[in-house]
Design a binder for this molecule. Structure first.
Ligand code: NAD
Length: 477
């Protein structure tokens, strides 16, 4: 594991063998029956205690995330707080798991439904939000009565260890939350394990697709969230200064390593030149430096390979004829580390690789567009469909955008429309494989399965008129 700010190795990660995964799943399976029978109020109390401990450890978690991922401390703190919101949502589990009840659906017959946990659930998570993305999963799964095995990214795994310690301190029984560090070997062992009932995955699209195919073949329930290419459309009536500020923050925050980063600005109409000037000016002003340095606004990227890939894409854009107005390829900080400065590429065309592919770095491509219709068509042709934003002064245009754009999350004058914990998060098309979005109401549905009960309690045990068994399919009387 690297220190992305210096380029030095900072730790070694011992990668799990299948036997380690076996031990974690066995622990989770062993804990399941007792945990699923633990009362809702007890589960909620443990979640409240966990929430309190997380709150007390926001600073420490943020420090760990910043030192391993490279993102700046305030940003790391922000991700921990957004994860904490999911824990707060999970604290409401007694309310969230309320079933439905219909009295007297037939004479002396009542019907109701409720939801039960699945068993052992697995989470496989990416490097870019090492605290928040796992928290999209395990608080909801555990509050619903499941046990959980987390396989965090091997590039920044330590936050998950502290989270496990906090769960234990909060009173969560041993075996309910387990962490396995590893790579493909550990992932495959989880996907194939007969005792794993459900898999939540967040990562790149090719791996999401693979995880979904392999785990559904093993008859598991799967939600696999993939990569993104998020567009922000700036319409002629928008406040250009505000839009430029938002684009710079959403394009370069966390060095563009966010699945909801804006990587394409679509400039509609004649204000395109002014927008590019404004965004380029802001990009040049961003203070780039080590994540743990409080004056830094943007940190390094995560690995040397990531840096190489991003630099290569910028070169491809330039070669294809796009205009690099701010070029971050040569940035050097402190003589080491994996640095790419904020980069703006104008006059990008849809067939260029900088537009087509997810670069996952601090690179904002600008595509020029003649109209809102054209911009919507461009977004809908893209195979990624996580988020999209529109900057406009017109409610009518905003309404058209929200209805016609085919992505999972829309921002209106909001560049990174990450839903609050009590809504669900997820994209469409190649940004997700599986039917359930993550956390919020869809998270509760994902981690539980429904049961419908029909019961009859006549006044006495003696059969009355009409109570005799019928050979016909039952209909209400
Ligand atoms: P990744 O796909 O490389 O890794 C994700 C997880 O899969 C890791 O735990 C990793 O160990 C495992 N993995 C990697 N290769 C594997 C293989 N061949 N077989 C089995 N498992 C494998 O993703 P990353 O680089 O860690 O994260 C960045 C990606 O995640 C970006 O594409 C980003 O858009 C995406 N992401 C998406 C969302 C979302 O909500 N849609 C959120 C965050 C990140």
């Amino acid at each position: 594991m690297w220190d992305p700010a210096t380029g030095e190795r900072q730790a070694e990660v011992v990668l799990a063998e299948p036997t380690d995964v076996e031990a974690a799943v066995a622990a989770a399976r062993g804990a399941f029956v007792d945990w699923s029978e633990t009362s809702l109020s007890r589960r909620a109390k443990i979640m409240f205690a966990f929430r309190q401990l997380l709150d007390e450890n926001v600073g420490e978690l943020a420090r760990i995330v910043s030192s391993e991922h490279g993102k700046v401390l305030e940003d790391a703190k922000g991700e921990v707080l957004r994860g904490l919101e999911v824990v707060e949502f999970a604290c409401g589990i007694p309310q969230l798991l309320k079933g439905e009840y219909s009295d007297q659906v037939s004479s002396t017959v009542d019907a109701w439904s409720f939801r039960q946990p699945l068993g052992v659930c697995a989470g496989i998570t990416p490097f870019n939000f090492p605290a928040m993305v796992p928290m999209w999963m395990h608080p909801v799964a555990i509050a619903c009565g499941n046990t959980f095995v987390l396989k965090p990214s091997e590039r920044d795994p330590s936050a998950s260890n502290l989270v496990a310690e906090l769960y234990a301190e909060a009173g969560l029984p041993a075996g309910v939350f387990n962490v396995v560090h590893g790579d493909k070997v550990a992932v495959d062992a989880l996907l194939d394990h007969p005792d794993v009932a459900a898999v939540s995955f967040v990562g790149s699209t090719p791996i999401a697709s693979y995880v979904h195919a392999r785990a559904t073949e093993k008859r598991k329930r799967v939600q696999a969230l993939g990569g993104a290419k998020n567009h922000a459309v700036v319409l002629p009536g928008a406040d250009l200064g505000y839009a430029a500020d938002q684009l710079a923050a959403a394009g370069f925050g966390s060095a563009g390593q966010r699945c909801m980063a804006i990587s394409v600005a679509v400039a509609v109409g004649e204000s395109g030149d002014a927008l590019v000037d404004e965004v380029s000016r802001r990009a040049r002003e961003i203070e780039v430096g080590p994540g743990l340095d409080r004056s830094s606004e943007m940190g390094p990227v995560v690995t040397p390979q990531a840096r190489e890939r991003i630099v290569d894409y910028i070169g491809q854009g330039a070669e294809a004829g796009a205009r690099v107005t701010v070029d971050g390829r040569e940035l050097a900080v402190n003589g080491g580390g994996f640095w790419v400065g904020p980069t703006v590429i104008d006059q990008v065309e849809p067939e260029m690789s900088v537009y087509r592919d997810e670069i996952f770095g601090p690179v904002l491509s600008v595509v020029r567009s003649g109209s809102l219709d054209e911009a919507i068509e461009l977004i809908n042709r893209n195979s990624y469909a996580n988020g999209a934003a529109v900057f406009t002064g017109s409610g009518h245009e905003a309404r058209r955008f929200q209805r016609e754009v085919e992505v999972g999350m829309i921002g209106i004058n909001v560049p990174i429309p990450v839903p609050m914990a009590f809504y669900s998060f997820g994209g469409w098309k190649d940004s997700i494989f599986g039917d359930h979005h993550i956390h919020g109401p869809e998270g509760v549905r994902f981690y539980t399965r429904g049961k419908a009960i029909t019961s009859r309690w006549p006044a006495t045990n003696a059969a009355g008129p009409g109570d005799a068994g019928s050979m016909h399919f039952p209909t209400p009387s």
